[in-house]
Design a protein around this ligand. Structure first.
Ligand code: ZN
Length: 96
């Protein structure tokens, strides 16, 4: 299945300035991975938090409330169902 194909995972964002002309039509969130041993999901968190986490190693808070330090490629993991549900809700609100 390619349900997560539309989610782009970029590992080198710290080198680029944020594009100021991008039209934001949904919350500024991106998937990051759970670094736990058993609960291997890609959770959604705020892009700024994820970028800082990758650079400084600070923990992030996912939409579902999970707090951890992400370190792996999120594209290899299934999306956390709880985060997906919350993100869908945020998107609907953003389009209103
Ligand atoms: Zn989650």
């Amino acid at each position: 299945m390619t349900g997560t194909a539309s989610i782009s995972a970029t590992d080198t964002t710290e080198h680029r300035p944020a594009p100021a002309t991008t039209t934001v039509t949904e919350p500024d969130i991106r998937p990051v991975t759970d670094d736990g041993d058993h609960d291997r999901f890609a959770h959604y968190t705020r892009r700024a938090d994820a970028n800082r986490a990758y650079v400084e190693g600070t923990p992030v808070r996912a939409l579902c409330g999970k707090v951890w330090v992400p370190s792996r490629d999120p594209s290899r993991y299934p999306v956390c169902p709880e985060c997906a549900k919350i993100r869908e809700r945020l998107r609907k609100r953003a389009f209103n």
